[in-house]
Design a binder for this molecule. Sequence first.
Ligand SMILES: [Zn+2]
Length: 278
Amino acid sequence: MPELPEVETVKRGLEPVMQGFKFERVTLNRLNLRFPFDKNFISRIQGKILTSLIRRGKFLKATLSSNDVLYMHLGMSGRFSIDNDLTAVYNSNNSTNPKHNHVIFEMSNGVVVTYNDPRRFGFMELIAPGEPSRLDKMGPEPLDNMFNAPYLFNKLSGKKSAIKSALLDQSIIGGLGNIYVCEAIFKAKISPKRLAGTLTIKETEILVNEIKGVIKKAIEAGGSSLKDFASVDGNLGYFQHSFEVYGQEKKPCVVCETPIERIIQSGRSSFYCKACQK
Ligand SMILES: [Zn+2]
């Protein structure tokens, strides 16, 4: 499942071939993904220039010359590929099955950008200027200066939920997902079961630094390639080798050799070392 670093990798791959170029032709091969497409999806995008492409949390945010904003979310298995012509799109290139090519953007520079998503948990939403969007209440980015120890300490104070759940709350921090939360709290030596409100300011400082560290390292590694995610150029990432606890159930802890445990919290797996994390 793509997380912030993977989406950042996709954004970096798409930016040079999409930003500043016009959408010559938009093709939808179905009416919905996780949500229905806007009924005027094609006409609102076709002929417009993509003026800026940024990442916010796990979303790609494309601003169009009409001032409409196109939000794109990769869901569980969404990915983009870049081709130089349409024939490549309909031939099974790299590992994507063409029957899952749901959206095709033909850009004015001749590049064809295809959105492929076998499980269809991804979605694309068009937001007109002034319209509310699901990003309005999103907390700061982990690498933003606004995300710091005093900010997080304040957000967590009095919270009775587990720290693991609090860090997945997108209104507290934008874009953090299960994998990197597991990794960061392991490095900070904090148990996923700790109540969020019990962290000291010192622990919060360490945690903030570890969150920034794992995210920075993953972005540098070009995103991970867990399960069915591949970066835009079709090459799988390689960060998965660096996970210290995520997916490491029963393997020895890299610090103390205690077997890593897996527990379920709010329906999600948490991997942790019960000796190191308190
Ligand atoms: Zn340990």
